[in-house]
Design a protein around this ligand. Structure first.
Ligand code: EZ4
Ligand code: CO
Length: 402
């Protein structure tokens, strides 16, 4: 079997998605997600200009060799654009391999290690009462885990707190919007939100909170301590993670578990974090971390060091990425949690898929391959619209972490 065609499909059914479709001489096709929020066309050009010409004529069965060829062959290793492009190829090749074998991809990865993939939803609101209502609606839907984000008194907007309930779109304008941040207001308020949520929902609901890289290590240590009475499942992205050793400081001060990695693209972004057991959950994803092949490698390293998976699954990761993530989540021994923000009906229509939610779990499709496709005619009806993630400033105007 040979690859005879590959094309990049950019579509915007409510938000932008970049998808690679690989076609073989025997008519079998595979899809891979290549969406990089706010930088979509960079990955599309990387694929079209630099990757696709090298794919034509290759044997699609050689997944590992193709991965190494694209990683080593580029000379310029790593980085989100490169690794998202490699991820798209890798994901599409796993899809093809599954279809050729007549098996869902999780069977090729070693088979099922659990009955379903536990997912968490996003409960958020401007006030604590709104937050409690949002948590209740997720509990009613059957969720076993909920991420809780609240507006902060004195701050007009807070990243991660949206007006939509099941969908949430932080990339809101072609040129980034700007928001103000106050660490003092944030740190003094957040523990009180979790006190109310625990009081209302009891001890067994898994609760999570995303700090969105807004703190320094010692500030994060204080927040972790303040949240200890509420037994969070994780505190996410407490600090930017370029300095991996920075997490030691947080670790020394708190037993609140730590999750990080949604912006990571390689095992080298987290090897110290994992090796020194500085984190509890690694949140790297199929689309941004080199595909199923490389993410599996990260999760295997994590398994040696008591670190579990907790993959990013916001709406900017397409249903193709979600499908791939679920096959991996089902198969690995050290799965922790999977983020699941629902896509809009328009997105679901463009990407017909067989995975489904039931009783707090997602279940991958049993169809051969990934069990997801893209309707190219429908995709063509939604042209690309530039959209960027917002920028964050302290109250005095200083550019801050996001
Ligand atoms: O900010 O997906 O945990 N989820 C998140 C997301 C991310 C966006 C970035 O593209 O933090 O909302
Ligand atoms: Co996050």
């Amino acid at each position: 079997m040979r690859i005879v065609d590959a094309r990049v499909i950019v579509t915007c059914p409510g938000r932008n998605f970049v998808t690679l479709k690989i076609v073989t001489d025997e008519g079998v096709t595979g899809v891979g997600d290549a969406t990089l929020n706010g930088r979509e066309l960079a990955v599309a050009a990387y694929l079209t200009e630099h990757v696709i010409p090298t794919l034509i004529g290759r044997d699609p069965a050689r997944i590992e060799d193709t991965w190494q060829y694209l990683y080593r062959g580029a000379y310029w290793r790593r980085g989100p654009v490169t690794m998202s492009a490699i991820a798209a190829v890798d994901t599409a090749l796993w899809d093809i391999k599954g279809k050729v074998a007549g098996l869902p991809v999780y069977q090729l990865l070693g088979g099922r290690s659990r009955e379903g993939v536990t997912v968490y939803g996003h409960a958020n609101g401007d006030t604590v009462d709104d937050v409690l209502t949002a948590v209740a609606s997720y509990v009613d839907l059957g969720y076993r885990a909920v991420r809780v984000q609240s507006g902060i008194p004195g701050l007009p907007v807070t990243y991660g707190v949206s007006k939509d309930k099941l969908f949430y779109e932080p990339a809101d304008a072609a040129v980034p919007t700007e928001a103000a941040w106050s660490t003092e207001r944030y740190l003094s308020f957040v523990p009180s939100v979790f006190a109310r949520v625990r009081e209302e929902f009891g001890p067994t609901l898994k609760l999570l909170h995303d700090v969105h890289h807004r703190l320094t290590p010692i500030e994060a240590a204080r927040l972790g301590r303040g949240l200890e009475p509420y037994a969070l499942t994780w505190m996410e992205d407490p600090v930017p993670a370029e300095l991996q050793e920075g997490f030691r400081l947080i670790r020394q001060h708190t037993t609140t578990p730590i999750a990080v990695g949604e912006v990571f693209n390689s095992v080298w972004d987290c090897e110290q974090l994992i090796r020194e057991q500085l984190i509890d959950y690694i949140r790297a994803t199929v689309v941004h971390a080199g595909g199923i092949t490389h993410l599996r490698r990260i999760f295997d390293l994590a398994a040696l060091h008591h670190v579990r998976s907790g993959s990013h699954g916001a709406t900017d990761l397409s249903p193709v990425c979600m499908a791939a993530a679920l096959h991996l989540d089902l198969a690995i021994p050290n799965f922790g949690l999977q983020e699941y923000m629902r896509h809009t009906p328009a997105t679901d229509e463009v990407f017909p898929h067989g995975y489904h939610f039931a009783d707090g779990y997602l279940h991958p499709s049993e169809a051969p391959g990934l069990g997801v496709d893209i309707d190219e005619d429908l995709a063509a009806k939604y042209p690309y619209r530039p959209a960027s993630l917002p920028v964050n400033r302290l109250e005095d105007g200083t550019l801050h972490n996001w």
